[in-house]
Write a protein that binds this ligand. Structure first.
Ligand code: NIG
Ligand code: FE
Length: 384
């Protein structure tokens, strides 16, 4: 099935072609077949023609960090935080209890709801982590359910030490790196760990990541969310695709990231929802760090699934330009997932595109909170 989107007022390609005015894109069977000036568009007999009426088209958002398989919510915790209480990673355990009690069908229904919600907001690729099961059977269940809807599945058995192992955390790491990894690896592409005081030490994190790597999974790391620590340098040392959060980075962390292939994925929804300081993305980009943006959708620290919302914060409060923030939310996410078939509009790439009800991508941050995403193509199939 061919679709020609023409009369595009502004097309952000994320390639050497840059941002094109008066452009057109041809989609052929789920892939982008041609990109160029509308006046030069090929005429394809039988193609569906979509007139963008001068509006902007951007690549679909690549949300490279989410925790979507869970039950319950923690609205009361959020309310208490807004009244002055601090975020504590221990809240994860209450979601673990709710998730363990949920049926597969309930978790599936919620997952489908999140996927619909995200697609409607322009997200065409989503990474999903486990981490609210924390037993062999429950973690296996969560990665299995995640694998039903995305190829970007991350095993995060090392999210926190569950209550039943509170006194013997190293035994929990044995479980994660042994039977739990055995059960989860077949469904997963990634191994992740929450390397933070109150979760896992650098040495425990290293064990988890190295065990995953030995099983053919690729590493990504949660680090420096609550205070500076050694997680960023561990991620760089192990050539992790991404290290995520980075709310509290040292100059050494920044230098190590800048000299590496590891992407720093910023999660502005977390600072928004926990009232922590926003990281200074300008400092990172100027130092040469590759920055991605993601939502970190989860019931504790960030319950938004809106990439436009994260872009708006990144521009308003983190020193990114609109074009940098859009790149970070698309091509940056693709880099964080080590994918070269998404995050750009170029011949051969997947036909994942978003039509905005706006003349320019700048409106994503200029008109925060306004549902500008009017039509989304995922693998060439139109939604909305
Ligand atoms: O990415 N940092 C650890 N995990 C999640 C929070 C999970 C929760 O609070 O339930 C995060 O912010
Ligand atoms: Fe997270």
């Amino acid at each position: 099935m061919n679709t020609l989107i023409t009369n595009i007022g502004e097309l952000t390609t994320n390639t050497g072609a840059g941002i094109l005015d008066d452009a057109a894109v041809l989609i052929d069977d789920g892939r982008i077949a041609w990109v160029g000036a509308a006046a030069d568009a090929p005429s394809v007999p039988g193609a569906e023609v979509v007139d963008a009426v001068g509006r902007a088209v951007i690549p679909g958002f690549v949300d490279s960090h989410s925790h979507l398989v869970f039950a319950g919510d923690r609205a009361a915790e959020f309310e208490a935080r807004m009244a002055g209480q601090k975020y504590a990673a221990g809240g994860i355990r209450s979601t673990v209890a709710a998730t363990r009690a949920a049926t597969d069908e309930e978790l599936r229904r919620r997952l489908r709801g999140f996927m619909d919600e995200m697609l409607a907001q322009g997200t065409t690729t989503v990474e999903i982590k486990s981490g609210y099961g924390l037993t062999v059977a429950d973690e296996e269940r969560l990665v299995r359910l995640a694998a039903e809807i995305t190829t970007e599945v991350t095993f995060l058995g090392a999210h926190v030490v569950p209550a039943e192992y509170a006194e013997r955390p190293d035994e929990y790491v044995d479980l994660v790196t042994g039977p739990m990894l055995d059960a989860c690896a077949p469904y997963s592409r990634w191994i992740d760990v929450f390397c933070e005081t109150g979760a896992f030490t650098v040495e425990q994190s290293r064990r988890v990541l190295e065990a995953g790597i030995a099983r053919g999974l690729m590493p990504r790391v949660h680090a420096s969310q609550l205070r500076p620590g050694g997680g960023v340098r561990l991620a760089v040392e192990l050539d992790a695709a991404s290290v995520d959060h980075g709310t509290y980075l040292t100059d050494d962390d920044v230098a190590a990231l800048a000299a590496s292939e590891t992407v720093l994925t910023l999660l502005p929804g977390v600072e928004f929802s926990t009232r922590q300081p926003y990281p200074d993305a300008r400092r990172l980009i100027d130092a040469g760090v590759t920055v991605a943006l993601a939502c970190d959708t989860n019931p504790g620290s960030s319950f938004t699934s809106s990439m436009p919302f994260c872009i708006a914060i990144a521009v308003r409060d983190m020193g990114m330009t609109p074009v940098e923030a859009l790149w970070a939310a698309t091509a940056g996410g693709a880099r964080a997932l080590r994918r070269d078939d998404i995050g750009m509009i170029a011949p051969g790439a997947r036909a994942d595109l978003v039509l905005l009800d706006a003349p320019s991508h700048v409106h994503l941050s200029y008109r925060p909170g306004v549902p500008l995403v009017t039509r989304v193509w995922k693998d060439g199939v139109s939604h909305g």
